[in-house]
Ligand binder design. Structure first.
Ligand code: SF4
Ligand code: SF4
Length: 339
């Protein structure tokens, strides 16, 4: 049930093995990369299953959409190779299970999905957001984070229920077909992971960046250009939906912000470090956080912008200590609308 759309023959015919050759956390020569990839596909042991940082990037690197990362997670789970200690994984999965406390209600567009992480609900305010309905909580939690914990099985069990909850309890009877995903994780779950796992989605997910970009067009007469250099911390889940990144560029252009050109943005973005700490890989987390923040500073950034609340919680304070102003993309846009 819910098998991953993946064809090992496509990998056999692949000459570049970009999924592993571009990995920023392991190095291979091409021969070794192909050998390890063949092992993974056959269900054999591979160093990749133990060393993977679960950064999701190989989903973006594969030019053939053959879902290399989802397959890694599948093999990790089959073999019991948990990236994080088993008690932590078990406890987190239990803590974040659906509570079944959702009360059906009518909503009106735009419907903003805050997932299980409502700490940034204060960002959903006028003028950027116009009369929104907000949904959040364990029963609408996309559950995609279990990719970091070798638990495709939890996603398979919970994601279809979550999709059904959103549709049956909110959207369907309200006549609303579109769900605006405030987090990359939710948009990636509904638009990328669900089709890859053959899970149906009856509504249209829309990335918050597309919504914001359109709103900035409506509000263009109220924009005071920020004229500021901004470093963007691209989150792991955006690796599943790289087609959304152009909206961020459009947003920055519209608010007069410069997305600084730096080593660790776009295809070479680095993890914020939080997941590596959950995996108890403290040295690697320290190293990438330092490199990332040094890179932002060297590029002349004044702001450090986030879309992921976990990245913001993880890196925000350290960014501030470096003299960078941590801010969510939504709030950066609200700043441009103040004047
Ligand atoms: S997953 Fe993609 S990039 Fe990797 S070997 Fe297969 S086809 Fe090539
Ligand atoms: S998820 Fe990241 S660390 Fe793991 S193999 Fe893919 S690119 Fe490498």
């Amino acid at each position: 049930m819910f098998a991953i759309n993946f064809d090992p023959a496509v990998c056999q015919a692949c000459n570049t093995c970009d999924c592993l050759m571009k990995c920023q956390y392991m190095t291979f020569d091409l021969k070794e990369a192909k050998r390890e990839k063949t092992r993974i596909n056959k269900g054999e042991d591979s160093r990749v299953l133990k060393e993977c940082a679960t950064c999701y990037a190989c989903e973006e690197y594969c030019p053939n959409g053959n879902h290399p990362f989802y397959v890694i997670v599948e093999r990790q789970e089959e073999k019991g190779l948990l990236p994080a200690p088993a008690p932590i994984t078990k406890q987190q999965i239990r803590m974040m299970q659906p509570k079944g406390t959702l009360t059906p209600g009518r909503v009106t567009a735009p419907v903003i999905d805050m997932c299980y992480f409502p700490m940034l609900t204060g960002s959903i305010r006028a003028p950027l957001y116009e009369n929104p309905s907000i949904i959040e909580g364990s029963d609408v939690f996309c559950n995609i984070m279990w990719l970091h914990f070798a638990r495709n099985s939890v996603i398979r069990e919970r994601l279809p229920r979550v999709i059904d909850n959103i549709w049956q309890c909110y959207l369907k009877d309200s006549g609303v077909e579109e769900l605006i995903c405030f987090h990359d994780e939710c948009y990636a779950a509904f638009s990328h992971l669900a089709p890859a796992f053959n899970i149906d989605v009856p509504f249209k997910p829309r990335h918050v960046f597309e919504y914001i970009s359109d709103r900035l067009d409506v509000l263009k007469d109220r924009i005071s250009p920020l004229n500021a250099k901004v470093a963007y911390q691209r989150p792991c889940s955006n690796r599943l939906i790289p087609e959304t990144d152009h909206w961020l560029d459009a947003i920055f252009t519209k608010i007069g912000a410069e997305r600084v050109d730096r080593e660790y943005d776009r295809e070479t973005a680095l993890c914020c470090g939080q997941v590596l700490r959950a995996h108890q890989r403290e040295d690697l987390a320290d190293d990438i956080q330092k490199r990332n923040l040094d890179d932002m500073k060297a590029a002349g950034a004044v702001f450090c912008a986030f879309n992921c609340p976990v990245c913001m919680l993880t890196l925000g304070e350290a960014a501030a200590e470096k003299g960078l102003f941590p801010i969510h993309v939504s709030d950066l846009c609200q700043e441009a609308l103040k004047g």
